[in-house]
Structure formats: C-alpha cells, structure tokens
Design a protein around this ligand. Structure first.
Ligand SMILES: Nc1ncnc2c1ncn2[C@@H]1O[C@H](COP(=O)(O)OP(=O)(O)OP(=O)(O)O)[C@@H](O)[C@H]1O
Ligand SMILES: [Mg+2]
Length: 432
C-alpha cells in the first residue's frame, strides 16, 4: 500500500527513495494550449491548497508524516505559526492516503469544540458503509451510530474502532489550538495512550498553531513515545519564487525576476504572504491591461497591502519609527527585516565590539540594536542561545512593503540576501 501511495505522491517508481523527486512536479498550463486562469484561481491566499499539483515543496514533511502513520504506526502532531501551510500539507497527505485505500476521518475544531464534539465530528465524516454491523439510528450521520449517546470518554473510542471495518483508521483533527476546553487535551492524550497501549489500528494526526508539542497537547510524558512531532518550517526562498513564477505563468502573466525575488524576500518563507502579494501584483497587472509586472507594479500592489494591514501592526510601525521620521531606526528595521534567517525565521547574532552587532549577517549600530529590543521588535529564540526572531512577523512584512513603496528597496542595506540559510529540519522523533 505504501508503494502505491509514494507512486501517487511522487510519480513513477517502486521505492520511496527512487520515486521522490527534488520537488513535487507542479503542472502549470502552458499558455500555448490552455486559457490563462483568473488570478484569484491561481493565487489563493485565503484557501488551503488542495491536490498534489497545487503544493510547492514539502516533500520531506510528507515523507516523515506518511512514514510515521503508515510504517511506524505512530500518531503525528503537526504545528507551526499561522499560515505556514499545515492544512494544505494535510490535504495532500489525506488525498494520497485515501487514494491508497486508507480510511481517513477529518474534523476541524472551533473554539467551542470539546472531546465529545470532536470525536462525533470524526465519526460523522466516515461513510456509514464502514460500520461492521450496520446500525439504524435516524439521528446519526456517517459512523456516529457506533458511538454511545452519553458524553464520550477515551474508552468509548477504544470500543468504537473495532465496530468499523476500516483498518487502519486515521483521524485528522485540524485547528486543535482553537479548542478552549482544557479537559479536551487531557482526554485526547488519554485516548492516544489507550489506543497505543492496545495496539489498535487507529491513529491521530493533530494539527494546530503552536510553538511546541507541549503547547498544543499539554504535558503528557506517557504518550510521547507514541508520537512523532513535526514542526512545519518556512518554505525556502526558491520554493516561494517557484510558487510566484508558476502562478504568474498560469494566469498568463510574466513577473520580472526582480519582482519575483522581491516577493520572496517580503514573504520570508510564508506561503500565505507569497500568495497574497502574488495575487495583488496579478490584479494590478490585469487592471492595467498589461501582461508583465515590473517593480512599479509591485509598488502599487505593496501600497494596497499596506492599506490592508491590520491597524495594530501599522500603529506599532508608526510608534517605533516616530511616524516614519526616525531614519536610524528605519534603517535598522530594514536591515533586520532583510537579514538572513533560517527556515524557522531565526537570525543569528554576534556581538562584534562596542559599536555594532551583527544580526543575520547585517551589521547594525548598537544604539539601534538596543532600541529594537526596547520596542520588543526582536525576541530571543527559546532554547537557541544567540538567535533572535521577529516577535511579530507581520511587522517584518510591513517594514519591507514600506521599503518598496518609499523607494529604499535594494538601496539599504546592500545586498539583500537572495537565499535563506538552509538548515536541517529538526524533526523530533520521540522514542522511535
Ligand atoms: N506548499 C504550498 N505551496 C503553495 N501554496 C501554499 C503552500 N502551503 C500553503 N500555501 C498557501 O498558503 C496559505 C496558507 O496555507 P494553509 O491554510 O494551508 O496554512 P495553515 O498553516 O493551515 O494556516 P492556519 O494556521 O491559519 O490554519 C494558503 O493560501 C495556501 O494556499
Ligand atoms: Mg490551517
């Protein structure tokens, strides 16, 4: 089964190693034989990607997650900051698993979700045909009839699995961070423990916005050896440039290499920002009845993005830069915003003497460095001494959009790093 899955995900070939190309092939309609698509069909900032050909990069994470679920029979926790592409990645994995005959239940949480509502949501998402003994229950949808009517406990999920013909059954729970009920985390952890202890063919993939495994699932040392924790990194600059270039082509447009590079720098590895800026550039281009986008097009698109930026980020920028008047602070902000970051958005720091500090390769004055700290622009990275990160990544984008609009783009500092530092993905393989 796993071979079939790798073949679907990565193309021809029998073994995973042989089949995995360096990049999932993205099929882009060639302009010669396809009508250009509408910009909003190509660039989808508000919609997770669906389908194998819609996703850029992420081969390593797909491999790790599928291997954990299918080969290691481990549960998976996938987490990152908002908008890095968790749901898009889950979509492709779910589609691949289903095509290979694996039954996948799916549920997306809300703030009011509880253990009971999540488990019922998962059961409802499964076709009733999977019930080993068809039960007639008018009020129930899907496989919910196999669950007791009373408020659900972990033991009910242990009893639920054998009532289905699906083996294995993979349950994907998205937006788990939104759940406010603290008891739900403990009940889910207890369920993971109980199904793992009994060796049941039931696995969970839990997805949410978080900085750590503990933050999303709580502290449950007893389940850690049954889990693979997958923090999702940013996309590489090359992947972002590929996303924008191919999107433009599918829309029948051509963005200059300067524009594509600038979008990659502003996005800083965030697919959401690349999709949004890619879309705005396409909209400005088509409104001008043009097919090519240059830096002037980007400037208009950037202006629109500045106007759309949530008020707190704009207010913070104004406060820190004294309404855009403090040239020293502005220069320092631009320097750290364009400094080299790794795939986690972290920048190395080096104290080089009395007057300067080097942040991600950019040398900034000590006075500005201290000012950035006082303003809380940068914060130390937990567990990574000597590294800092933007406390609010939307401020980083806002600084760069301003730089495009006010004409300082590319002038200060020089040169803008084209490629983010590539670092190994520190996947935690707990107990495996
Ligand atoms: N690998 C990718 N290739 C192309 N576009 C992507 C990729 N990953 C994400 N995107 C795009 O980025 C945006 C955010 O993706 P997605 O909704 O999957 O992120 P998320 O991490 O689930 O967000 P949230 O934290 O809000 O749930 C979407 O517009 C999606 O289309
Ligand atoms: Mg999501």
């Amino acid at each position: 089964m796993i071979r079939q899955l790798w073949r679907w995900m990565f193309g021809r070939g029998n073994s995973r190693r042989a089949a995995v190309p360096t990049q999932i092939p993205v099929i882009v309609p060639s302009r010669a034989d396809h009508k250009p698509m509408r910009p909003s069909e190509v660039f989808t900032p508000t919609k997770p990607r669906v389908g194998r050909h819609a996703l850029i990069g992420r081969q390593e994470e797909i491999e790790i997650i599928v291997q954990a679920l299918i080969e290691d029979k481990a549960h998976v926790v996938l987490y990152s900051e908002r908008g890095r592409g968790k749901t898009s990645l889950a979509n492709i994995i779910i589609e691949g698993l289903r095509r290979s005959g694996v039954i996948v239940a799916q549920h997306s949480c809300e703030a009011s979700s509880t253990f009971d509502s999540i488990m019922r949501g998962l059961a409802r998402s499964l076709p009733a045909a999977l019930l080993a003994n068809p039960v007639r229950a008018e009020e129930c949808q899907g496989c919910e009839a196999a669950l007791p009517g009373a408020s659900l406990r972990p033991a009910d999920i242990v009893d639920f699995q054998p009532r289905l013909t699906a083996r294995p059954l993979i349950c994907v729970i998205d937006e788990f961070d939104r759940v406010q009920d603290a008891a739900t985390r403990t009940l889910l952890a207890d369920t993971i423990k109980q199904v793992s202890d009994r060796g049941l063919p039931l696995l969970f993939m839990i997805i949410g916005v978080s900085d750590s495994l503990e933050q999303i699932l709580g502290q449950h040392p007893s389940i850690q050896r049954n889990l693979v924790s997958v923090p999702l990194p940013l996309l590489s600059a090359d992947n972002i440039m590929g996303l924008v270039d191919m999107g433009a082509e599918a829309a029948g447009l051509s963005y200059s290499s300067e524009v594509i590079e600038a979008i990659a720098i502003i996005a800083g590895g965030m697919p959401y920002i690349a999709q949004l800026l890619g879309l705005r550039v396409a909209q400005v281009t088509t409104r001008r009845d043009a097919t090519t986008a240059d830096m002037q097009t980007l400037m208009i698109a950037a202006l629109r993005m500045i106007r759309e930026t949530p008020a707190p980020t704009a207010a913070r920028y104004d406060e820190i830069t004294a309404g855009g008047e403090d040239e020293d602070v502005l220069a320092a902000l631009r320097q750290v915003a364009t400094a080299t970051q790794d795939l986690w958005g972290h920048m190395s720091t080096k104290d080089t003497g009395v007057d300067t500090v080097v942040v991600g390769g950019a040398r900034i004055g000590r006075r500005s460095w201290l000012a950035l700290h006082e303003w809380g622009v940068l914060q130390p990275c937990t567990g990574k001494p000597g590294f800092v990160t933007f406390a609010d990544r939307s401020l980083r984008q806002y600084i760069l959009l301003h730089s495009v609009v006010d004409g300082t783009w590319g002038a200060d500092p020089k040169p803008i790093p084209r490629q983010m530092e590539e670092v190994a993905v520190p996947i935690q393989r707990i107990g495996l």
